[in-house]
Design a protein around this ligand. Sequence first.
Ligand code: C2O
Ligand code: CU
Ligand code: CU
Length: 492
Amino acid sequence: MSNLDRRSFLKNSIGATLLAGLTGPRLMARLGDTAPLSTDASIFPQLLVDGGDIVAAVTGQEVWRGTSTPVWTLGGTWPAPTITVDTGEEFSARLVNNLDEPTIIHWHGLHAPSLMDGHPRNVIGPGESYDYRFLVKNRAGTYWYHPHPHMETAKQVYMGMAGFFIVHDAEERALSLPSGKYDVPFAIQDRLLLGEQKISYEPGMADLIDGLLGDAVFVNGSPTPRFSVDRGLYRIRLLNGSNARIYTLSFGDNRTFQVIGTDGGLLDRPYDVTSIVLAPAERVELLVDFSNDSNGASVEFASSGFGVSGRQAVPLSVMTFVVGPDEGWRQPFPTSLTRIDMLDPNSATKTRTFQLRMEMNMGMPHHLIGTDSYDMERVDVIANADGTEIWEFTNLTPISHPMHIHNAFFQVLTRNGAPPTDPTDFGWKDTVNVKSTESVRVIVRFGADTGLFVFHCHNLEHAGHGMMLNLELVDGAMGVEQTGNVRKMDLR
Ligand code: C2O
Ligand code: CU
Ligand code: CU
């Protein structure tokens, strides 16, 4: 099908059937006005958008104050606008590609029909557009969106094309969690500046193995992130939007804070921690209390690095919270948040194991799931959309692989046979960091939608160099679930 045909197909058939089947109010997505702020990684007033265009383009942005830097943007801002929707609302947007190369947007963590999911085979070329429309079925949580073209995702995300997609629901609103200006999302991304003020994607040989590791941390697009806070409690949503960097995050004074949510929304209750590890694509929601800080205090938030040696082990400053004179949110936080039904491993209908490997081929590293490098036109795993499965990832390499499954959420069962102990492994996850030599077992629930999806390592250099497979979800009645080189797709 040509792109033109596909577009009218989307409009006529998908649009019509989706619209007919949808309940709930029409689109109420709000795009945040994300003015770049080089000294304050603030978030921004929310705008109402109704089926608006999200233009992908190279634009000049004030990444560094007083100078315009060419970057790649979605929606014309650096970083991309924050979208907020309520569960049960319909989301629609038109991606317009004004880049010189193919792109497509994936809504990371959102349950969406296959054609709405940004599968790499649905890329559009320069000058083309793609219409998205789907019902938001996810529970409240911190999701995000970014491009997903085969082999170009790493560059496009690095160059600036990523934003938050925040979902609210009634259950979450009924809890008295900090809200309004006390509920702030921060996207953490490292980039390699080498002392220069420019954004350019130039991975070296080591980056093709480790993934691209930068020397500067940006928060919400700011290379010098400082955020002014009132003296009170904050709900802080963190996204690791980096290509490959894994952070071990804590405050300079080692204060205790609470983890209240992970990739798929709230946990059963707040968990006290003094540090958290966040791998690429993982999200975490925190409660951080600045009530006892004095006016004018600076509170550092930094990464001590990941692992004991190597390029990931480098400590990095992340951002500074600057405490102001005003009193902020002073309500005590709830001691219980939601109910998470733990999936029973005995209810799994299937167990699959995946070995994560690396091979050198003609001097180039290839990152593999099993033995197969990604082929857009090969279906690798067929699963029943309504099944519950155990997936085990075994990492045979010296580097971590944050594994992500589209149109699915899972619970972490074990790491090397032991139940997880870090709150960032609790609740509903869509990405799990599989460390070197580790075997991680997760129990997976797929979204109801059938069709073609992917799962992959979210180290974006790894994903671009093979570490991704096609996942086809089928109606349970067909009973054809299997793993491994199933068939070449009939690409229409
Ligand atoms: Cu954020 Cu396929 O990923
Ligand atoms: Cu995803
Ligand atoms: Cu990887």
